[in-house]
Design a protein around this ligand. Structure first.
Ligand code: UDP
Length: 455
């Protein structure tokens, strides 16, 4: 089984929700290809592993299922976040037990832990095993920074909580940021219920990450030079190793013929609309967005589940499909769609992957953030990078959406500026993953950590 050639054993712990395990496995596949002498034991729940390990992968990645902690007979999806709480209640114990099984199977003790940063408690296990602890933060430097500085931010601004206008307060306290709107900080930093597990988890993570052997992010350092500099002073081996979507080749599937439809559209004319895998604007906002697309005659490709079609204005779907203005699909090959010359704007919820994919393709954005890191990503898009606009008032109205579409798709100077800036970032992103690029260099440093060559 080739084990004779193998000289190191790395345990990998996934946070088995949303796109987290997929991103971690993408990283591990890259690492496994670069280090054939290392065995990677990849731990996630049976449900996520089943979806992840569909094709034959690298010989040196072994799949291990850990229990999801759900009570017998529990029916998914259950209450919001309930499954996460059940999992977290057993995670530490189960990962630990899993490691013992894998050590026996492989015949080698663990030499390194590579984990999703949300699993901050695994730092203790690394310490116990006396091995490096490497954590992957799957979002941007901007949100990571606010979790690392949560104590500082709370100390300074907690007394503002609940006061009128606190959300619109612009502050300059956080190192690496020139300024930031308090209302755009991820929920749980100072706003929202600070005692909920979704505030305590990132808070404790932020405190623990400064002790990691390496902290990895799916980004490129030229995007956020100031934040990278500051986070490098806070963390050991703070390594931008993305964008992941530019390192792995995009899937060729185009089940719903998006690309063929785009081939018949004018360059830079189409609005691509998607709110990621978990979010959808409320019905009245879907109506406002639909009306704005029709009023401005903007061609559009809309990734939306069929169940939501019933919220559209009467006749909207039929008319716009028949006259060729729009195309509706339940799923789009997003990376390839964004790279298509016909795309002029991405109407997005500002999930980190979507933002990074838009930058990688040089497409300006109209942002309608919901929760989590989406508001701070939007702040960066609009105010720091200048490559998109936030929807007026924070949600879709017909008037605000018409304005945003006109602003971004017109040929005026500010629209050109946005396109130039996102084009420049696209070039940086591609260089970062090109020969001798910064993300490639950082990946080599990571390989050094994982193989024990550098510590
Ligand atoms: N995505 C896609 N096709 C779709 C909708 C989404 O490929 O029709 C992908 C998209 O490319 C991105 C991910 O789903 O990689 C969404 O991740 P993001 O972080 O933007 O949002 P989340 O779903 O985590 O809220």
């Amino acid at each position: 089984n080739g084990n004779g050639l193998r000289n190191r054993h790395v345990a990998v712990f996934a946070f088995p929700f949303a796109s987290h395990p997929q991103l971690l496995l993408t990283l591990v596949r890259r690492l496994a290809a670069a280090t054939p002498a290392v065995v990677f034991s990849f731990f996630s729940t049976e449900r996520t592993n089943r979806a992840l390990f569909t094709e034959r992968g690298c010989d040196n990645i072994l799949r291990y299922d850990v229990p999801d902690g759900l009570p017998e007979g529990y029916v998914l999806p259950g209450k919001i976040h309930e499954d996460i709480n059940y999992f977290l209640a057993v995670a530490e114990k189960e990962f630990k037990r899993g490691v013992q099984v894998a050590e026996k199977d492989v015949g080698m003790t663990i030499n390194c832990l590579v984990v999703d940063a949300f699993l901050w408690f695994s730092a203790d296990l690394a310490e116990e095993l006396k091995v490096p602890w490497v954590a992957l933060w799957t979002a941007g430097a901007c949100s990571l920074s606010t979790h690392i500085y949560t104590d500082l931010i709370r100390e300074k601004y907690a007394e503002l909580k609940g006061s009128a206008g606190v959300n619109d307060e612009i502050v300059d306290l956080i190192p690496g940021f020139t300024s930031i709107r308090l209302g755009d900080l991820p929920s749980g930093v100072i706003l929202g219920d600070l005692d909920s597990p979704f505030a305590t988890m990132p808070h404790r993570m932020g405190r623990t990450l400064t002790k990691a052997t390496a902290v990895l992010i799916n980004s490129f350092q030229e995007l956020d030079p100031d934040l990278t500099k500051d986070l490098s002073s806070m963390c050991n081996n703070f390594l931008n190793i993305g964008p992941f979507n530019l390192v792995s080749s995009p899937s060729k599937d185009d089940e719903f013929s998006c690309i063929t439809w785009l081939d018949n559209q004018k360059p830079g004319s189409v609005a691509y609309i998607s709110f990621g895998t978990k979010f959808s604007p409320p019905p009245h906002e879907l109506v406002a967005l639909a009306e704005a697309l029709e009023a401005t005659k903007t061609p559009f490709l809309w990734s939306i589940n069929e169940d939501s079609h019933r919220h559209f204005p009467l006749g909207f779907l039929e008319t716009t499909t028949a006259n060729g203005l729009g195309k509706f699909v339940p799923w789009a090959p997003q990376v390839r769609v964004l790279e298509h010359i016909a795309i002029g704007v991405f109407v997005t919820h500002s999930g980190w992957n979507s933002v990074l994919e838009s930058i990688g393709a040089g497409v300006p954005m109209i942002c309608r953030p919901f929760i989590g890191d989406q508001p701070i990503n939007t702040w960066m898009v609009e105010r720091v990078w200048g490559i998109g606009v936030r929807i007026e008032g924070g949600n879709f109205t017909k008037h605000g959406t018409c304005r945003a579409l006109e602003q971004v798709l017109s040929a005026n100077a500010s629209s050109k500026g946005r396109k130039e800036r996102v084009g420049a970032l696209k070039d940086h992103a591609h260089k970062a993953v090109g020969p001798n690029g910064s993300s490639i260099q950082n990946f080599k440093t990571l390989v050094g950590v994982v193989t024990g060559a550098t510590l």
